[in-house]
Design a protein around this ligand. Structure first.
Ligand SMILES: Cc1cc2nc3c(=O)[nH]c(=O)nc-3n(C[C@H](O)[C@H](O)[C@H](O)COP(=O)(O)OP(=O)(O)OC[C@H]3O[C@@H](n4cnc5c(N)ncnc54)[C@H](O)[C@@H]3O)c2cc1C
Length: 399
């Protein structure tokens, strides 16, 4: 027998965005006694930005993982279920169990889908044959195992076409590995290669210029417009499509850090709330759905045309909360999200470029110094400051 639950505010996904929004609704608007439910199937919550550091051997992966139950805000309910379908004209959603949840207001934030299957042969060999990826909790420790055990040969790093979450993360893995080989006198024996689908290293000019110097110093010549399409684990070969010349290129490797393409989750793509590219179709300034006005979205699954990061969510969440409340009260939606996103690009053990920018690609820096310069202080911020800001600030509705 199926049950129909009813809640005033339903949040789909209890990751970075879902918990942040729920915590802000609770903390800042306690007096309104909202009836909120988060629908989230996972018992674990991951601080994914730490996976870069896990792959670089700086922290064990367990440090990035906590129990979801400890971060569900007080007075917010948790349904440990998967959402499978949307009925936006009738204001209810369907769960994997067959139950339904009716809502007055819906916030959709189930993150991005990692399309491992789109790289032929990758799932069979991931975690074996020198093949690893920082993009999953299950395999992230293998990156460090591979870096640490490689004494000679080719260390190959890849990056797919956009959009992916944290567009800088594939090159952070590259820079840490290169630094490890250099510091351990292996750099003349290990050929470090980077093959990426895009035509340039970073979208924002100021940081691109700085990163091109980093690549030069590290003696890495990127293979631009090379898109990974297949991996043959046994023979240690990666097959790329050379997008410029429209031909396949085979590269031998001893270790391969693979980053697969990503897209909107299938259950969003197939729903009425998706735009033509599959993302939850929202206004880029207000975060309100373009058709169904009682639906809002933020984070990686939303159509907000910015770089998909937790840092972006930190600025999206207060805008969404303010506009949701205005909408409830029949007032105009005045809060505007300017596209702010940030990428702390670790360039080695002890150095970091803190890229911050808005929708126009204009730098939007926090500190009163040039953040395109590699700095030790910003590296420490990434290791210790940002995790604290995440667990104690964002997820508690304080930042
Ligand atoms: C290697 C790596 C490095 C990164 N580095 C940085 C960084 O340095 N700085 C930064 O700001 N960001 C970084 N990010 C990106 C950041 O982690 C994401 O942008 C952010 O977590 C997205 O938040 P979200 O809530 O949209 O999705 P998520 O946090 O991924 O949460 C989505 C949630 O939805 C749930 N869900 C999925 N399907 C369903 C369903 N059917 N029904 C209900 N719930 C569902 C999932 O279980 C999950 O808990 C990095 C990410 C990675 C992988």
């Amino acid at each position: 027998m199926t049950t129909t639950h009813k809640h005033q505010i339903v949040i789909v996904g209890g990751g970075t965005a879902g918990i942040t929004v729920a915590a802000q609704l609770q903390r800042k608007h306690q007096d309104r006694n909202f009836d909120i439910v988060i629908i989230e199937p996972s018992e674990k919550h991951y601080y994914q930005p730490m996976w870069t550091l896990v792959g670089g051997g700086i922290f064990p992966k367990e440090k990035s993982c906590r129990d979801e139950k400890d971060y569900i805000p007080q007075n917010v309910k948790w349904l440990k279920e998967k959402v499978v379908g949307f009925h936006p004209t009738d204001n209810f959603i369907e769960l994997g169990s067959g139950d339904k949840v009716a809502y007055e207001f819906l916030i959709v934030c189930p993150g991005i889908q990692i399309d491992w299957h789109k790289i032929d042969g990758l799932t069979d060999t991931l975690g074996k044959n020198g093949v690893c990826s920082n993009y999953s909790y299950e395999t992230v420790h293998k990156t460090w195992e591979n870096i640490h055990s490689l004494k000679e040969g080719v260390a190959l790093f890849t990056q797919p076409g956009m959009p992916i979450k944290c567009a800088g993360a594939p090159q952070k893995a590259l820079y840490l590995a290169e630094d490890y080989f250099r510091k351990n006198n292996l750099r003349n024996k290990v050929d470090v290669q980077f093959a990426l689908a895009g035509p340039r290293i970073f979208g924002v000019e100021k940081y691109r210029n700085a990163l091109e110097h980093v690549l030069e110093r590290k003696e890495i010549n990127p293979f631009y417009e090379h898109n990974l399409i297949a991996v043959r684990g046994e023979s240690k070969e990666a097959i790329f499509m050379d997008l410029k010349n429209q031909k396949e290129v085979v590269k031998k490797f001893d270790m391969l850090h693979a980053v697969p393409p990503m897209s909107s989750p299938d259950f969003i793509k197939q729903s009425q709330i998706a735009d033509k590219d599959g993302w939850v179709d929202v206004d880029k300034y207000t975060t309100q759905h373009n058709t169904f006005k009682n639906i809002f979205s933020l984070g990686d699954a939303s159509s907000l045309p910015t770089s998909r990061t937790g840092a972006a969510i930190r600025k999206e969440a207060p805008v969404l909360v303010e506009n949701l409340i205005s909408y409830m009260d029949g007032k105009p939606l005045n809060a505007k999200y300017d596209g702010y996103s940030s990428c702390p690009i670790v360039t080695g053990y002890g150095s970091l470029i803190l890229a911050e920018f808005d929708y126009d690609g204009t730098p939007a820096e926090t500190f009163p110094f040039d953040q395109a310069q590699e700095r030790y202080s910003m590296y420490l911020l990434k290791l210790y400051g940002l995790p604290l800001l995440y667990w104690e600030g964002m997820l508690k509705g304080r930042a």
